[in-house]
Design a protein around this ligand. Structure first.
Ligand code: AMP
Length: 386
């Protein structure tokens, strides 16, 4: 167990690293952040900010010698950096778990192995694989780069073999997955924490709505039948256990539309795994104000080998993301903050750019319908389009 007073570290100084750092400091830990950006959101609040590249051996050595344990806020950390750090301190999640999250083929294959349903998928390494993949998946389909895709980037919808070939070239002939395009009813996520003792704590399911491929709002509790929520938790736990995962992870699922059966009744639909994030997640930011323990306190607890905190939901909540698009030059904070049920979180980013995550706010109300109404009303008042 690594107890308060000790020093812990995070690779990456974005908003997730910042919220981890703040949570750790509240609990009495010292925090080291590694991020090359001198103005990084987490660097601003850390005890020590190492301003160096993620592959910088000297900085990694310093981090490893200062810290008892290190975690990460992003999945694409170079494996060699994690291996270097792991020689000096505890690293969680493990380099192996991160490697799975870095590659959609590995991710979906392991997810299936550990009991998750997924969309049908086929691997495409080169042009030679296109025809076979098309034969297996067929129209409609989504082509996704295996690596470095995020917020809907690095993917294309295709309806024929010709379109597939063109999209593959457009994405740079890099290794891809071709996925069957599924009839989505809703998108939901499960944020969970697992510790070394194989204890798992689930935060309530979030129902997520996106705009232009970026998360827009999360509605909690998600409006899905309890049986399907159980399926999502079971699959997420199977994956966490199978990967021997230690830390907080988010698992994104699709709820598929039910189909009319022989007697013309609608079947209830089905839960299908989409992807995992080996870290806290944007769709878990509602926990900051609405749960007994939030996802960043939980990340500290899991990393430090403590008992996991109570993930219970204390109030219905709707989270709204604030992107740089509404900085013209600043959102009208008064409009937002005159509502007592609104909790604002800004990430300390000086420069606002379209699509850049600048902050979020949580709308709390005793009733989910009221929380949603408050979210939609404030969102419209801030000029975030419908
Ligand atoms: P991803 O990068 O895999 O999270 O995909 C980005 C978005 O594309 C998801 O949030 C879904 O809205 C949509 N999407 C991804 N995969 C599929 C699929 N197999 N079928 C239908 N929609 C999908």
């Amino acid at each position: 167990m690594i107890l308060p007073g000790a020093t812990i570290g995070v690779l990456g100084g974005g908003q997730l690293g910042r919220m981890f750092t703040l949570a750790a400091k509240v609990m009495g830990y010292q925090v080291v952040v590694l991020d090359p950006d001198p103005a990084s959101p987490a660097g601003q609040v850390a005890n020590v900010h190492l301003k160096a590249d993620y592959r910088d051996a000297v900085a990694l050595l310093r981090m490893g010698s200062l810290c008892d344990a290190v975690t990460t806020e992003f999945e694409n950390v170079p494996a060699t950096s994690l291996d270097m750090l792991a020689k000096h301190c505890l690293v969680a999640p493990s380099p192996q778990a991160l490697a799975v999250a870095q590659d959609r083929l590995m991710e979906k294959s392991r997810a299936r192995e550990f009991g998750c349903d997924t969309a049908p998928f086929a691997n495409i390494e080169s042009e030679a694989d296109l025809a076979q993949a098309w034969h297996e998946i067929g129209a409609p389909a989504l082509l996704k780069t295996r690596r470095l895709g995020y917020d809907g980037k690095g993917q294309a919808r295709v309806n024929s073999l010709d379109e597939l070939a063109a999209a593959f070239a457009e994405l740079g002939n890099v290794p891809c997955l071709l996925e069957g395009f599924l009839p989505l009813e809703r998108e939901v996520s499960v944020v969970l924490a697992r510790n070394q003792a194989d204890e798992i704590a689930f935060f309530p399911l979030a129902e997520n709505q996106h705009r232009d491929g970026i998360l827009d709002i999360s509605i909690v509790p998600a409006r899905v039948p309890e049986k399907l929520a159980d399926d999502a938790r079971r699959m997420a736990a199977g994956l966490a256990h199978g990967l021997d995962y230690v830390g907080v992870m988010a698992v994104e699922f699709f709820l598929l539309r039910g189909e009319a059966n022989a007697s013309n009744e609608n079947t209830p639909g089905r839960i299908v795994f989409n992807e995992m994030a080996p870290r806290p997640h944007n769709s878990g930011h509602y926990t900051l104000d609405a749960c007994a323990t939030d996802q960043f306190q939980q990340q500290v607890r899991a990393l430090c080998g403590l008992t996991l905190g109570d993930p219970r939901l204390l109030s219905p909540v709707v989270m709204v993301n604030l992107l740089g698009d509404v900085w013209t030059p600043q959102p009208d904070w008064n409009t937002l903050l005159r509502h007592p049920g609104v909790q604002l979180h800004l990430y300390g980013k000086a420069e606002a750019r379209p699509g850049r995550k600048m902050g979020h706010y949580n709308c709390l109300a005793p009733d989910l319908a009221d929380a949603l109404a408050l979210a939609l009303e404030t969102r419209a008042a801030l000029g975030i389009g419908a």
